[in-house]
Design a protein around this ligand. Structure first.
Ligand code: SAH
Length: 342
């Protein structure tokens, strides 16, 4: 396993087996979680240990291949090259409550949502825990901005990379590492029901975001193939179980697509089906993807939809679209880069 994917106790065991005293693990762990790119930076370690680690556990760090900064709102989008040459995206967004990074969890995605650019080339591979950590770490190092919030909403389906994502959360949450509170982390899923149940068992304080995008199977089947495996009834039942287990309100993502899911009837059906479940809606006007015929709803349709939900007692916010001038949504930059380089 990559050293940066190890928890502090695991690193302690490893260094113990190399005959090192207990405090060494904490030193190495702290350096790695500050973004050290070489063992030579770790000046408080003996030279012999640095040499051994450099030989057996070379430090991996992603390279910035593209960096686009929005002139409008300060959003920065990074395209990183990983050690095997694959690329993933990370977006840094400035919100009033703190700097938020949106990280990728996989290279590509196999979920096949009709409106999403990340899935067009399928799944290439899953990210290792340290590769998710590196996105947070090196965004902080490169931008000089302290990161306080994380959303797992970039390329990939986090619950399709369950174990690695759980380990990443443990790393990024650790007091000796970046120490980011679980309450400042949101995990977004297209709705893998058994994995939602598995997540519920962990009783983490993070926010679960569910990409619902439709009030019923008729519409959801058309835009999200995952709905064939886990239809809306099962998904909403899993959300109720999740709420019961964690007492955490579910956040629903809802990309508004003209003429597909944005009618008053759709909003009313959502209200009926979500009755009694504490929920919050994030309404996102669809980001147009070149390869797709789907179009965003009009502003008026989004506002009307929001009002219908709120009148029915469900809070709904319209997501501010940040970084619209820099391809800052869901796999668009990686896709563009691939096209240019082939
Ligand atoms: N796989 C996870 C997380 C990654 S996608 C999931 O499905 O939730 C993050 C969010 O962006 C999801 O809600 C996804 O449905 C949404 N999304 C993808 N493409 C979009 C687009 N073109 N416009 C608006 N939202 C989009």
């Amino acid at each position: 396993m990559n050293l940066k994917s190890m928890t502090l106790p695991e690193m302690g065991q490893l260094l113990g087996s190399l005959g090192q005293p207990a405090f060494r693990a904490k030193q190495v762990y702290t350096w790695l979680h500050k973004g050290a790119r070489s063992y030579d930076e770790m000046t408080n370690l003996p030279k012999s240990l640095r040499d051994t680690l450099a030989r057996d556990y070379p430090i991996q760090a992603p390279k910035v291949v593209r960096r686009q900064e929005s002139g409008k709102d300060g959003t920065i989008k990074y395209l990183w090259e990983l050690s095997d040459g694959n690329c993933v995206e990370t977006v840094l967004m400035r919100y009033h409550y703190g700097n938020t990074v949106c990280i990728s969890t996989e290279v590509g995605c196999r979920m096949g949502c009709a409106f999403c650019a990340s899935t067009l080339g399928g799944l290439v591979r899953r990210l290792e825990p340290y590769e998710m950590l590196d996105q947070v770490l090196f965004t902080q190092v490169d931008s000089g901005q302290k990161i306080s919030h994380i959303v797992l909403m970039g390329i990939g389906e986090p619950l399709d990379n369950f174990d690695n994502v759980m380990r990443f959360l443990e790393l990024v949450n650790s007091p000796e590492g970046m120490n980011i509170s679980m309450r400042h982390i949101s995990l977004s899923t297209c709705g893998l029901v058994p994995k939602i149940d598995e997540l519920a068992k962990r009783k983490l304080q993070l926010t679960l975001s569910v990409s619902l995008h439709a009030p019923n199977d008729r519409t959801r089947d058309q835009i999200m193939p995952v709905n064939k495996a886990y239809p809306t009834e099962e998904l909403l039942a899993a959300c109720r179980r999740y709420y019961q287990a964690t007492n955490r309100r579910i956040s629903f993502e809802y990309a508004m697509i003209q003429g597909v899911n944005d009618s008053r009837e759709d909003a009313l059906e959502l209200l009926r089906r979500l009755k009694g479940l504490p929920a919050h809606f994030n309404l996102i006007p669809l980001n147009h993807v070149e390869e797709s015929p789907l179009k965003p709803s009009t502003r008026a349709a989004v506002a009307a939809f929001q009002k219908t939900l709120e009148d029915g007692g469900v809070t709904a916010t319209v997501r501010r679209t940040l970084g619209g001038d820099i391809d800052a949504s869901c796999g668009q930059l990686r896709r563009k880069y691939h096209k240019e380089s082939t």
